[in-house]
Design a protein around this ligand. Structure first.
Ligand code: M6R
Length: 611
């Protein structure tokens, strides 16, 4: 992960670097640093553990017209000042790096023999010593970086400056996102455009194998062999509006409450009078959907949970659907049946495991690739044949909320499009489709109803704040909703939470039940509710404490061992979206009571661009 910003200008760039880092903190926030080439042509390096604000507090008096900066999510070496980036070599060269260098041990041995002294435990430090070495052998900065990257194995986005060439910023990319921002008489690099909102709207996306030589007035991009390459200049649509907290205490709370609007926008333009439209999935979506017999979906974390919910929809509609975690998918052999569409789901569009899975899938004979994503300018979108955006708006809280529910809605729309092909010509909707479409239209209001449960959930959260473990139960499509609820709770409250398909309880986890293990259950009014009730009895009979989100029409009632919170009746297909909301609110309020860092929980980052 990690965030990179670099700038070269004819003004002091320190404030731009710090501001850019603040905007990239979602990529990692255990330490931060920057290096500028100061007026005396010496490198001025500042690094600190913790947030960018703590770096800012030690940057007084620093000034330079070129520099690189970094916010870190530790991979090699614990979060510590000496492991923070930039790394320097003999105070000659400074490097910021996102990614992992796999042959760092081999390089380190050679460099030690050459007399380089290591001051960190990072894999990155070998990069800066290697560049320094090649400059000592007579190469200029650009060529020293080019030679160095040919010696690296692994993934990297790099920003490099040297005191010997104070007007040149060099950037290189292989496997970790990096782009070049174009300014007026100044230029920039960044992991993504959000870092550059105040200074640049125009940008070029560096591709794997690109190396850029950037001055305040010129940008030249080459491949690693040194041949010039052309990259299109794009216009970013990002703005600062979405980063306003709008009176909420945390982005997570704001984003939970934004789900009404987010889902309204995700549905906009995608529904006909009584059907789901094919075209929003892409120009050639119709032809691709006509050929689709099966679906393979790959994702990570919350996005994976969305896929697991959707599998119930696809298979109910007669479309075989296989779902797998990206980091597992990429390291095994595959049998691809004819007519299988490969789909990825990602909020950020930058998750490295998902990207790598997509690249691998392209070699395996799938009919096409489809991406469900929230970030238009992302790597996954660029690499996919078809894309449909979840119009959730920017999600800043590390714990994914509105991205998840908009993914669900998008997946249900996809399932309906494919269902039509099962029915006949694939073009005309039937009564059932018309009914689901009406339910989709009613979702925003139903989400409002679910959000109205917040006061009751605040009261419920007091029962969790002093607990160390929690179980979440669900059945059918609500089993992955329980999994998502458990993920949210552990992520932001640090309470250990596990989810089980309720029917699995008796095969082991029942042994854990006691009064210190709250059990959360998701109980919509579906055909599995009676089965679920039996499972809840198993918990009750063993002295367990139950917290049940149940359909208002069900006969589940509170008693001394059970607290039932009634959810307004909802159609089975959209119930998973609605039942997600109280689980999100529960996690938020438990974390609030525990006083954790809700938007930036420990050890995590918003965008996971390492393996
Ligand atoms: O950006 P992506 O959807 O690809 O991210 C995948 C996971 O890293 C992400 O969903 C993660 O699990 C969230 N922090 C969960 O809240």
């Amino acid at each position: 992960m990690c965030g990179i910003v670099g700038a070269v200008a004819s003004r002091d760039v320190t404030a731009t670097l710090i501001d850019g880092l603040k905007r990239l903190e979602y990529r990692g926030y255990d330490s931060a640093g920057l290096a500028v080439v100061a007026e005396n042509n010496e490198l001025d390096l500042r690094r600190s553990v913790g947030r960018v604000a703590s770096l800012e507090s030690i940057c007084g008096g620093i000034s330079g017209q070129i520099g690189v900066a970094h916010t870190r999510w530790a991979t090699h070496g614990r979060p510590a000042e000496h492991n923070a980036h930039p790394h320097t070599s003999s105070s000659q060269v400074a490097v910021v790096h996102n990614g992992i260098i796999e042959n760092h041990n081999e390089l380190r041995l050679v460099q030690k023999e050459r007399g380089f002294v290591f001051s960190s435990e990072t894999d990155t430090e070998v990069i800066v010593h290697q560049i320094d070495w090649h400059m000592q052998q007579g190469q200029d900065l650009f060529n020293a970086v080019r030679t160095t990257v040919s010696e690296l194995h692994g993934a990297y986005g790099l920003g490099v400056v040297s005191k010997h060439e104070p007007g040149v910023l060099v950037a290189a990319r292989s496997g970790s996102p990096l782009l070049v921002g174009l300014g007026d008489g100044e230029n920039f690099i960044a992991s993504d455009m959000s870092a550059l909102i105040p200074v640049s709207q125009k940008y070029m996306v560096m591709e794997d194998g690109d190396i850029a030589k950037i001055t305040s007035t010129s940008i030249e991009i080459f491949d690693f062999q040194g041949s010039p390459v052309e990259r299109a200049v794009l216009i970013s649509t990002l703005s600062d509006e979405e980063t306003d907290l709008g009176g909420f205490a945390h982005y997570m709370k704001k984003e939970i409450h934004e789900q009404t609007r987010a889902i309204t926008e995700t549905l906009e333009g995608r529904l006909g009078a009584d059907s789901v439209l094919d075209l929003p999935f892409g120009e050639n979506a119709r032809e691709i959907f006509d050929k689709t017999k099966e679906l393979k979906i790959i994702a990570c974390g919350t996005s994976y949970n969305a896929a697991c919910v959707a599998r119930y929809w696809f298979e109910e509609f007669g479309i075989k659907c296989d779902v797998e975690i990206a980091s597992e998918y990429r390291y095994r052999k595959h049998v691809v049946n004819e007519g299988t569409l490969f789909a990825t789901i990602s909020q950020s569009g930058e998750t490295l495991d998902t990207m790598a899975a997509l690249e691998m899938a392209k070699t395996l004979g799938y009919i096409n690739t489809l991406c469900i994503c929230n970030v238009p300018e992302s790597s996954l979108v660029r690499a996919s044949d078809l894309t449909i955006f979840t119009h959730a708006g920017r999600e800043i809280g590390v714990a994914s909320t509105k991205a998840f529910t908009t993914q669900l809605v998008t997946l249900l729309m996809l399932a309906i499009c494919l269902r039509r092909r099962r029915l006949g010509d694939g073009r005309s909707a039937d009564v059932m489709e018309a009914e689901i479409v009406q339910e989709l239209r009613s979702l925003p209001q139903q989400i409002e109803n679910a959000l109205d449960l917040e006061d009751d959930i605040i009261a419920m959260s007091k029962h969790f704040a002093d607990k160390n473990h929690t179980l979440f139960l669900g059945r059918g499509a609500h089993y992955p909703i329980a999994v998502e609820g458990a993920l949210k709770l552990k992520e932001i409250s640090y309470i250990h939470a596990e989810a089980y398909a309720a029917g699995e309880l008796k095969h082991g986890p029942l042994a854990l039940i006691d009064e210190d293990m709250p059990v959360v259950a998701v109980a919509p009014n579906d055909e599995l509710q009676e089965k679920l009730k039996s499972n809840l009895e198993e918990v009750r009979a063993r002295g367990g404490k139950l917290y049940v989100f149940a359909d208002a029409n069900s006969d589940l009632e509170s008693d001394e061992s059970t607290l039932v919170l009634k959810v307004a009746p909802v159609n089975n297909y959209i119930a998973p979206v609605i039942y997600t909301i109280p689980l999100q609110l529960l996690s938020y309020h438990v974390a609030l009571l525990k006083g954790t860092d809700i938007d930036k929980p420990r050890n995590l980052a918003k965008s996971v661009t390492v393996e």
